[in-house]
Design a protein around this ligand. Structure first.
Ligand SMILES: C[S@@+](CC[C@H](N)C(=O)[O-])C[C@H]1O[C@@H](n2cnc3c(N)ncnc32)[C@H](O)[C@@H]1O
Length: 342
């Protein structure tokens, strides 16, 4: 699966092949407003308002406090992008949006879009600074309480979009008794594994700010701390998961974490790194998800995405034996990279 401009007619395919399509016009003029339209619609409640019922332009404008003409333009974008369908003067959610944006659908990504609109969008202004100085934003060190709340809700929404495939394909040793999830405060990955592997107890380690966004007690052991600083108990775990965190750390830090994790595993225990990966080879067919995420995590954390080979090398250097990497079928660019303590 790829993020690409795709032809809808053989002559357009030919035009693309012959380089007659002004791609920078599409990327530079249309892509930014497309993203901002989706984020703003989510933040202003368009998808929430349409969850359950189709509405007229007037009703949507009134609910969202939009002027009718700009609202009509916004809704036009959302129809063209496949989020809404327009029928007999009313707008409703498309089948795609029913699944991914309807309030209460169980896979609603609205919280990610709201976080991106309120917190992340302004970071884009700092890309030049990142390129010139090499210093990313390091947001985990600067967030105040409101940003932590938005961030954690967003991470939970993203996790919902992958958790079914994750639980099916994450390797878990037979009779696993205890696991650690590094940076898993929202608890969804652990909850999914625990419902599949009964008797699996879990520790979850996360930063104090993350826990402040999840106040209720849960059915796992909360550990407050920084993986770069905490000491893990030797041979305590059958499974250690680190999901969407390697992209916030430098190579040296990821190596150090792998050594720490390896020592904390029982023989036969597994270290799973769940990540968006950087493509192994760079060309115009290489994964746009991986390269754009790399730049994004560079900007935000002075890190980036890593290749499967780089990730497995950290695991191997820590004395673990890498298993075959498993690519998600439903999330482009996402891979489970696991290694076992022999
Ligand atoms: C991108 S989110 C991923 C959340 C979750 N693991 C998932 O895949 O859905 C990164 C998580 O790691 C936590 N985190 C960031 N730096 C950390 C550190 N140094 N030690 C422990 N947790 C950290 C964040 O607070 C956040 O909860």
């Amino acid at each position: 699966m790829e993020l690409k401009v795709s032809p809808s007619h053989p002559l357009e395919w030919l035009a693309l092949l012959l380089n007659r399509v002004p791609m920078p016009l599409l990327h530079g003029q249309m892509f930014p407003i497309l993203s901002k339209a989706v984020l703003t619609a989510a933040d202003k409640g368009v998808f929430r308002y349409l969850s359950g019922d189709s509405r007229t332009l007037g009703e949507i404008s009134e609910f969202c406090a939009f002027k009718p003409e700009p609202a009509r333009q916004l809704l036009g974008v959302l129809v063209s992008l496949g989020y809404l369908v327009a029928d007999k003067g009313k707008y409703g959610l498309s089948a795609m949006a029913e699944k991914w944006l309807r309030t209460g659908s169980g896979s609603d990504l609205s919280d990610l879009l709201i976080y991106n609109n309120r917190v992340v969008w302004k970071w884009m202004e700092q890309l030049e600074n990142y390129l010139e100085t090499g210093a990313g934003i390091a947001y985990h060190q600067h967030f105040e309480e409101p940003e932590w709340q938005l961030y954690q809700r967003a991470m939970l929404a993203v996790a919902r979009s992958e958790v079914n495939e994750f639980a099916k394909r994450c390797p878990v040793p037979a009779r696993a008794a205890r696991m650690l999830d590094i940076g898993g405060a929202h608890g969804l990955h652990v909850t999914a594994l625990r419902s599949k592997y009964t008797g699996l107890e879990a520790d979850i380690l996360d930063l104090p700010g993350a826990w402040s966004a999840h106040p209720e007690p849960e059915s796992f052991n909360r550990m407050e701390g920084n993986i770069l600083e905490v000491k893990l108990e030797d041979k305590r775990y059958d499974l250690v998961l680190m999901s969407s965190l390697a992209h916030h750390f430098s190579e040296a830090e990821n190596r150090m974490i792998a050594r720490k994790v390896a020592a904390s595993l029982k023989p036969g225990g597994i270290y799973v790194i769940n990540e968006f990966v950087h493509p192994a080879r760079l060309d115009s067919d290489s994964g746009l998800v991986g390269t754009s995420s790399s730049l994004f995590f560079g900007l935000t954390s002075t890190s980036g995405t890593w290749t499967i080979a780089e990730t497995q090398a950290w695991q191997a250097e820590a004395g673990l034996k890498p298993m075959k990497a498993r690519r998600f079928r439903t999330v482009p660019g996402r891979v489970l990279m696991s290694a076992v303590r022999v």
